[in-house]
Design a protein around this ligand. Structure first.
Ligand SMILES: Nc1ncnc2c1ncn2[C@@H]1O[C@H](COP(=O)(O)OP(=O)(O)OP(=O)(O)O)[C@@H](O)[C@H]1O
Ligand SMILES: [Mg+2]
Length: 360
């Protein structure tokens, strides 16, 4: 009610944010950056456009949770209190296709108080009405799991009073005015803090070495750490060492808890690729070193250097690879394990050939 009184708007307050994670851990720097971007422009009189922050990164790195946490923090501090909209765009979903932006617009307009019979039929008209409804309103729009730029373009309001937070496994390079935030895995201390929070501080304090091994086997990937921690919580009799040994022996398969597992989450990113890119990804599983160059991949895959570089760049845009220094590409440990597995399932016609080519 107080929202209604405050805005004097018939639509009143709209709060659609998903619940914040009770065990949210770390990310202080990233959070501060996002909050600064969201609030700075508003304090700057010259600002005349919406702020768009795109959080991107590999599967399970914590994009969604960071976006939700940022949104709650902003609302708690009195920003964007009128309207908070949320849509799961299902850019990477095993069962369902990406959400149609026109459907999202319809839902947003309904939530903004537009009677169903007044919602236009075409996407363009819906987008225009959406922009109009949000004019001069302090709205936060959280677009989770975006598939690509086209899916989000019409869901972005125009005015500087709004904030759009987007998450995606893909780099949305063609989205005008969006600032990308590349989210990396946890630091070791963030991993250990989350492990302790879920599995129990005493257990982690009692076996610091095993805890560090668990975090390491999880590659400090938040999803992996949270699954390992949940598995420990459900097995009070296990020592941390017991789980660490299981992770060492079972690797990808061992990172699961109840009916949640890591492999299917990763596999979706791979499935989204075209076959030539899938092949390059699988071949990376053959590569012995910690990082690789276009020339090495060209040899492995028996393709020209520029094609190899192009493939590596595309895999980087899909956040299946990182490029810590120019020209050198690196796979996350757990993604390397996936590549090795996939290479075994779908071997090259002459399995020894890639390594022979690499060695010559
Ligand atoms: N900062 C965090 N604190 C605590 N747990 C976290 C944090 N970030 C992520 N997690 C854990 O990791 C899981 C995966 O995080 P999240 O869903 O945000 O990943 P994502 O990057 O959005 O993945 P996807 O690409 O599949 O959408 C969460 O369900 C949660 O258990
Ligand atoms: Mg997500």
């Amino acid at each position: 009610m107080h929202g209604l009184a405050k805005t004097g708007d018939a639509a009143g307050v709209v709060g659609q944010l998903p619940t914040d994670l009770a065990t949210f851990t770390g990310r202080q720097e990233e959070l501060a950056q996002l909050i600064r971007a969201a609030t700075h422009q508003r304090d700057n009189e010259a600002a005349n456009t919406v702020v768009i922050s795109a959080i991107e990164g590999m599967a399970g790195v914590g994009k969604t949770q960071l976006a939700i946490h940022t949104a709650h923090q902003l609302v708690r501090s009195g920003r964007f209190v009128d309207v908070q909209l949320h849509a799961n765009l299902r850019g990477f979903d095993a069962e369902l296709p990406p959400t149609d932006p026109s459907t999202v617009l319809e839902a947003f307009l309904r939530q903004l108080g537009v009677p169903v019979q007044q919602i236009p039929g075409s996407r363009d008209e819906r987008a225009a009405m959406f922009r109009d409804r949000l004019r001069e309103r302090h709205a936060l729009i959280l677009l989770d799991n975006a598939a690509d730029e086209n899916q989000v373009r019409d869901l972005i309001p125009a005015g500087p009073t709004c904030l759009v937070l987007i998450t995606s496994r893909r780099s949305l390079t063609a989205l005008d005015n969006a600032t990308p935030y590349r989210l990396d895995v946890f630091t070791e201390s963030e991993s250990l803090a989350l492990l302790a929070r879920i599995a129990g501080h005493q257990r982690v304090a009692a076996e610091p070495e095993a805890a560090a091994r668990i975090a390491e086997y999880c590659g400090h990937l938040p999803l992996a750490v949270s699954l390992a921690a949940a598995r420990l919580r459900s097995r009070p009799a296990w020592s941390l060492r017991h789980l660490a040994d299981k992770l060492r022996d079972g690797r990808l398969s061992a990172i699961r808890a109840g009916n949640r597992a890591l492999r299917p989450v990763f596999h979706l990113s791979y499935q989204e690729l075209d076959e030539p890119l899938r092949r390059v990804f699988r071949l990376l599983g053959h590569h012995p070193g910690p990082d690789t160059t276009p020339a090495q991949v060209a040899a492995l895959a028996d393709i020209p250097d520029d094609q190899a570089e192009d493939a590596l760049e595309q895999l980087q845009d899909e956040h299946l690879l990182a490029q810590p220094t120019p020209g050198r590409y690196e796979l996350h440990d757990l993604l390397r394990l996936l590549a090795v597995e996939l290479a075994a399932v779908e071997p090259e016609p002459e399995p020894a050939a890639p390594l022979t080519r690499l060695a010559t």
